[in-house]
Structure formats: C-alpha cells, structure tokens
Design a protein around this ligand. Sequence first.
Ligand SMILES: [Ca+2]
Ligand SMILES: [Ca+2]
Length: 258
Amino acid sequence: MRLACGVGPLLLAMSAAQAQNQIANGDFSMGATGFSTDYHLKSSGAVYAQDACVAANTNICHILALSFGDHTTGTGLMLCLNGAANPSAAVWEQTIPVTPFTDHAFSGWVMSWGNTNGFDPNPALLRLEINGALAGPDFAADPQNGLWTEWTAFWNSGTASFATIRITDLETHAYGNDFSIDDLSLVSGVPPQGALGGSVNGLVPRVGKVLCKNQTTHQEVRITVPAGATAWDCVSAGLVVHTGDQVRILVTFAGTAE
Ligand SMILES: [Ca+2]
Ligand SMILES: [Ca+2]
C-alpha cells in the first residue's frame, strides 16, 4: 500500500490560561481534600489492603516501605496507597467542570513502593475513566521502587460540561501493589503528551470521514488513502511525533469511501 504522508507545520502553542490544570489539589499540597476515594484514609499505618495516606514520605504511610518523597518537590505531599483487593474501588475521583467539545490532556505521576529487594512484586495497574468511559489504555506502574513515571491520556469532552475523573487499580494482590500518585492534571486545549506508539492503527472509513483510532497527537498530517484500502497504520506509514507536538490528520480518499 502506498501512502502519501506529509507533516505540516506545528500549530501555535495555546495560551498559558488555557493550559491551566483543571484538577484541584492534584499535587496534594492541600492534603486529603478535593477528591474522594474508596480507600481508608489514615495518617500513617496503612498496612492493610485498601488503606491510604496523604503523606510526605512512603515510610510515614507504611513502616515497612523504603523512604521516598513526593513527585512535586520531593518534600511535598502525595497520595500513598496500599492496593485494594477490589479492582473497582476508587483510588481517586474528582468531578470538575469542563468546556464541551474540547481536547484535554490528562497527566499523572505514579511510583511503586511495595518492597521486595527494591521492586514491587505486584505493581499497580491503573485505569483512568472519565464519565464512566475508559480514557486511554491502562497504565502499569514501574515495579522499581521510588521511580516516578508519567501516565498520560487524551480525552475530548464531547457534549460533556463536567468530567468525573476516576482512577482504579486493576491489580488485586495484597503482596506488593503499593504505590503513590501525585501531580494529577487535566489541561484543555493543549497537545496530549507522548509520542505515537505501535497501538495507533485501525482506519475506519466512513462516508466522507476517516478516523485514525487511538490517535493521540495534533500535528497536521496529510494522508491519501488509496482506493480499496480498508486498513492503515500510522506508525508504519512513517509518522514520527514527539512529545509536545500538535497534530491534525487530514485524510483524502483516492477512491470511494465505503
Ligand atoms: Ca505532591
Ligand atoms: Ca499491598
């Protein structure tokens, strides 16, 4: 299959006002407020599954944990969780007003601290849902203790004027499955983070319209789809996108869409 694929100029960056984090207390600097959770919030001693603390250090929350600070400053607060046996228990949930029909980028930071020789034997597998629908693939915490990794997802508000953002942990083992989250953000009108991955595929032709499923960028890309094509892979077509790029995909049918 031959595809014409050109990358256009980057769109202008959005204003700072539009890039404001819409999640309240996403860095937990205000303590255990502004969010709800199905975990049992404690100030320390979170030794049972489904216990949690907003704490400045993992070993304040759990005495057997190694000592790790938060993501924001290293000395601030974070939400530390001893993973629940119930995969539908809300780790963290917040409802915020959003602008309809607007692209949003979610970001959060995750760190394991369930310690077996510095690694969590059953690291958290986090799910993000917005208004009851999956928002991006599930995110696996890195098993290495103390290593913060960024979790990103893309969401368009559609007709919604509110977003109920819900995080759950699909890992249900009690052994290990201890983790912290910090610096949660939802930003509108800016490109989602991250580069295109191998999961980007699946051309869905409709009459006069093509969706490149799981597309996570906003850079302008011009694509000509040959007549008779029923599938197309963004990555194998040579599309390379970097963190912070904005991409818009414009697709032209060489043939008739069916
Ligand atoms: Ca923090
Ligand atoms: Ca645990």
